[in-house]
Structure formats: structure tokens, C-alpha cells
Write a protein that binds this ligand. Sequence first.
Ligand code: BLA
Length: 232
Amino acid sequence: MFDPFLEELHKSIREHGGEPLDLLDCFRLYQSDKTNSKIKSWLWNVPGFRRWRVTRLDAGSRLQVLNSVAYPTFNKDQPIMGMDLLWFGIKKKLVAVLDFQPLIQNELYFDKYYKDLQALKETFPEFNNQTKMNSYDPDKYFSPSVLFCKGGIKEAEYSLPIVFKSFLEFYWELDNKISNNICDLNPEEIKKLQINYDKYSAERDPAHGLFASFFGKKWSDHFLKEFLFPYS
Ligand code: BLA
């Protein structure tokens, strides 16, 4: 389901000067014969970013996932790129969340970075899911322009490819936005906010139980702490 998106993401990272980094073997690919599922991850060194990770989980018709987070270097106050795409094949259910995850909730910050994302959201009302988030606080590291779709095959096949492509393009363009720091965030503060993002996400991420059920608790704890959210 998500392989074309994975390829597009990796191609786009390479086009922006990204180089693959070495990863522990157990993070690069881990599989469970018992549950017939596998999980692959990549880590990229990308100019302007201190860390860019990508994960693809394949548990057949039960679940397909593409998840990626890009952390800009501490001298830039631009948002963290976060995407979480899930396809529950048996129920034919799509959960797609794509956001420029804001370091702070501030109107000036939103004016600076979110015009394109907001326009994209307005073009695709199916990405304007209004149901309350269960595990996360929408006002913490999510923006008012978050693209959030709970849909089915129609959204997965028709809207998501367009939304995904535009989302990535708009994220790369953030770099071209005036680089002076209008919100007075200095590198020390940016570092703190990014560390808090990892701590907060490690606590809230609804994936942990799911990982444990597919790959066992020991590996899942290791993966969460060392790969997904190393600052947690
Ligand atoms: C939801 N993400 C979920 C859910 C699961 C995962 C199982 C619940 C799905 C449902 O509502 O039925 C799974 N999350 C994963 C997996 C990984 C992961 C497998 O991190 C790791 C490989 N989540 C993110 C990022 C964002 C994000 C970067 O990891 C930001 C865009 C958002 N995921 C996100 C949101 C929900 C979600 C907002 C809905 C949760 C809610 O309703 O509170």
C-alpha cells in the first residue's frame, strides 16, 4: 500500500542531498515469523536536519504503516516534519496524519510557516478530521493546519497521493522562508523543545502496544528509546 510513498520520500530526500546512515541491524530490518510481520527503518543525513528517520511496517492485511519524522538542526526554528500513515487492510481503514509539527503554538509562527499547509487542508476537506485525538493533545506539537484523515480506499488511492506530494514539496520550501528568527527562539530553546517532543511522543505514541504485540516487548522498548525517540 505505501511503497510508492516510501520511494517518493526517499527519492525526494536524495534529491535534497540526503545520504543514508548506518543503522543497527536489528533496526534496519526486524521480522517476526510468529506474527508474520516485518519492520524496516532508514536513517538519513540531510543538509539542514539533525535527524531524519523513516519506518515502514508490513503486517500484511492487518496493518501497513509508513512513519517518518524530520528534525531540523537546532539553529532553525522551523517545525518538525511528522507523518504517520496507516492502512488496516482487513477493515479497509486509512488513518493518515501529516503535519509540520510546531515547536510553539504562536500566531506569528503559524503565519510564517503554515500558509501552504493550510491551503492544502482547505483543498482536501477529507483531511480535516474533526474527531478528538485519543492519545495526543492537539495543542501540543500539532498545528491547526494538521492534515488528519480517517477514511477508506477512496482517500488512500485518490487524495493521499496528491496530498503527500504537495505536503513534501511545501515542507522543503519552508527552508526558503525568511530565516530570521521572528519568534525569538534561540538554538538552546529549540534544542529543549525538540527534546521535549521526543519525551512527549514516547509517552503518547499509540504504537508501542502494537509493536510489542508484533515484535515482543524487549525489541519494542529498544526501538522506541533508541530509534524512534532517542532523546526520550
Ligand atoms: C495514530 N499511530 C496512530 C495509531 C497507531 C499508530 C497504531 C492509532 C490508529 C487508530 O486510531 O486506529 C502507529 N505510530 C504508529 C506506528 C509508528 C508510530 C506504527 O509512530 C512508528 C513507526 N504519529 C507519529 C507522527 C505523527 C503521528 C510523527 O508517529 C504526526 C504526524 C500522529 N498518529 C498520529 C495521530 C494519531 C496517530 C495524530 C491519532 C491518534 C489519536 O487519535 O490520538
